[in-house]
Design a protein around this ligand. Structure first.
Ligand SMILES: NC(=O)c1ccc[n+]([C@@H]2O[C@H](COP(=O)([O-])OP(=O)(O)OC[C@H]3O[C@@H](n4cnc5c(N)ncnc54)[C@H](OP(=O)(O)O)[C@@H]3O)[C@@H](O)[C@H]2O)c1
Length: 313
């Protein structure tokens, strides 16, 4: 039995955020291994809300452990892949990234259910971004909950169906790149399929007592501008591909641009991401090769149907 393809266990998983980029890859990886997955998505109204293996839930309203109790019956493991890039009416960062996972973790502790929570690299005390600070508080609440938990922190993810991933692929394909001068932090981009496999391996661990966190990344480090050039090489089939001309934007332009993107809810570029780009965003140590039992796929892994993918997200 290898780590990557363990014998299917009679495992019942509740998957939160199952319609999302990460959630879909986690579901695919679990399904391949014969795991029974109950997928949670936002209620859509009308017929088919609870059809098949879908469970409709408005997660930002589930801020007390009691709200979770009934949903954890006959469940061995909850995987939380929920997150919001921007706040919506009645749906704050605090509720989605902190209060909801805190209540879930407390309920998991009481019910003896294991929990895998998706967070992000690069969170730190004092970050002047509500997006980042709510995520950090969510992690801290889970760590204090008494639940048998594992916090997964992926670096930037590339792959089919990702909002950010598709934008980066599109921007990279242009002959001119506008790059924030201050985006000097290094990233260890990884493939979404590898991330899904890593979740599946974690799911089969009987306990997370020796794996309370898993910081995950690919095996190459890139500064943002370098990453764009590499993606450009993948997107263009002519060989050798001409590198894009890169125009460096002063920090004040990048900061103002990030605030404007937040204001108009435009693109995945946000103030929180501007902060992240200025710092290293790499896993130390990187748990991905150990979980997969092999080297991570390179981000130069060729994809098909990029344009279709962009329309999907
Ligand atoms: N993508 C990356 O490169 C990356 C890297 C590191 C960490 N992460 C973190 O990983 C998490 C997931 O990322 P992702 O890229 O998969 O995001 P995503 O594609 O936007 O997926 C988020 C999921 O959460 C669900 N959701 C959000 N608020 C909800 C609510 N109130 N009730 C019910 N469902 C709700 C979404 O459903 P709806 O679509 O219906 O809202 C969606 O299924 C986030 O915390 C993100 O910060 C992502």
């Amino acid at each position: 039995m290898s780590l990557l393809n363990p014998e299917p266990l009679p495992l019942h998983v509740l998957l939160l955020g199952a319609t999302g980029f990460i959630g879909r890859h986690v579901h695919a990886a679990l399904q391949t291994r014969g795991v029974q997955v109950l997928r949670v998505r936002r209620p859509r109204g009308g017929q088919g809300d609870s059809a098949g293996a879908w469970k409709p839930m408005l997660l930002h309203t589930m801020r007390e452990p009691a709200a979770w109790q009934a949903h954890l019956q006959d469940i061995d493991l909850v995987i939380n892949c929920v997150g919001i890039l921007r706040q919506r009416w009645g749906e704050s960062y605090e509720d989605v990234h902190h209060r909801m996972p805190a209540a879930l973790a407390r309920a998991c502790a009481l019910a003896g259910v294991r929990l895998i929570h998706t967070s992000a690299l690069g969170l730190y005390e004092g970050a002047k971004s509500r997006f980042l600070s709510s995520k950090l508080r969510g992690e801290q609440a889970i760590q204090a909950s008494g639940a048998d938990h594992c916090i997964v922190r992926p670096s930037l993810i590339d792959g089919l169906g990702g909002f950010g991933a598709s934008w980066l692929r599109m921007l990279a394909s242009w002959p001119v790149h506008f790059v924030p001068r201050g985006a000097t932090g290094r990233i260890a981009a990884l493939q979404a399929a590898d991330l899904g496999d890593a979740f599946a391996v974690l799911a089969h661990m009987p306990s997370f007592s020796s794996q309370r966190e898993a910081n995950l990344g690919g095996d190459r480090l890139f500064a943002y501008r370098h990453y764009l050039q590499v993606l450009r090489g993948v997107e263009h089939t002519e060989s050798p591909v001409k590198p894009a001309v890169q125009v460096l934007l002063p920090d004040w332009v990048s900061r103002a641009g990030a605030h404007l993107c937040d204001l108009f809810r435009f693109s995945p570029f946000s103030y929180g991401h501007w902060i992240l780009l200025q710092r290293d965003n790499m896993p130390m140590p990187n748990a991905l090769p150990q979980l997969l039992g092999r080297a991570p796929l390179p981000v130069t892994h060729r994809r098909t149907g990029l344009r279709e993918d962009f329309r999907l997200s």
